[in-house]
Design a protein around this ligand. Structure first.
Ligand code: C5P
Length: 253
């Protein structure tokens, strides 16, 4: 059997804390409380719309930045947006895989181009397959054929074929996407909750240990850490779970 490298990966390279807060000072305060424990932070549309590129600059001083704007537009526009994000020093960003091959290729080219031009990258670009809020009824409503898992797998394939680095994946679909897309595809997994803990508005959840053990490379955790009385301690708990998870073939930082 091939060597299972998971045992040697530093769990701190596999945890991303979602800074879903309305203002930059709050995000900075949270990131400061997590200093030394957390190495990756996610900036989503709430914080970016409120604070703009200043948020990227401020958080990049405290860790690697995952800009989760889920871009979806004509290829030229998405390419320009990804190029701008990469130029700001973002390490990872998202586009919707349903935007199609040409749009995803434009995103990838732009990320690579920004790296060549500024040396700020290389930003990795991953595809959003299917939002976890979309169920079978919504798929029918928008005229998409298949179950949510089938659609997610189809879009994950498309993202890989377009040259994206990986996809965002529901914790319950990690194994299926890993099997379909191979060991080199980056799988980034939200929907992480402690066993028996509050699920908030997440419906399809898994523990950090289960998601990591199933083959997720990077785990996105928001409220279980950011709403905890002691966020650093909550993050350490998640890191311990990742560390104790069964080894997987090839975690990536
Ligand atoms: O607070 P919580 O742990 O639920 O945060 C999860 C983060 O992951 C949020 O920022 C949410 O927008 C994001 N996300 C998600 N499900 C997806 C894609 C992104 O929960 N399918």
């Amino acid at each position: 059997m091939a060597e299972r490298r998971g045992t040697r990966a530093d769990p701190r390279d596999r945890l991303i804390v979602a800074l879903d807060v309305p203002a930059l000072d709050e995000a900075e305060a949270l990131a400061d409380r997590l200093r030394g424990v957390v190495r990756w932070f996610k900036i989503g549309s709430q914080l970016f719309t409120a604070a703009g590129p200043r948020a990227i600059a401020a958080i990049a001083q405290r860790g690697r930045v995952f800009l989760d704007m889920k871009f979806h537009d004509i290829p030229t526009t998405v390419g320009a947006a990804v190029g701008a994000a990469a130029g700001h020093g973002v390490a990872l960003c998202t586009v919707h895989a349903s935007g199609g091959t040409e749009m995803m290729r434009a995103a990838r080219e732009a990320a690579h181009g920004a790296f060549r031009d500024t040396g700020a990258g290389p930003a990795r670009v991953i595809g959003v397959t299917l939002l976890t809020s979309i169920d079978e009824r919504t798929l029918r409503e928008i005229g998409a054929a298949g179950t949510p898992t089938e659609v997610a797998l189809r879009l994950a394939h498309l993202a890989g074929a377009a040259g994206l680095d990986g996809v965002v994946v529901s914790p319950l679909e990690v194994e299926a996407v890993r099997a379909a897309c191979g060991p080199e595809f980056l799988l980034v997994c939200p929907g992480i909750r402690a066993a028996g803990g509050a699920t908030d508005d997440q419906r399809r959840v898994r523990t950090a240990g289960a998601a990591a053990g199933a083959g997720a490379d990077l785990l996105v955790v928001g409220r279980p850490i950011t709403h905890a009385p002691d966020p650093a301690r909550a993050a350490e708990e998640v890191l311990r779970e990742i560390e104790d998870a069964p080894a997987q073939p090839r975690p990536r930082a």
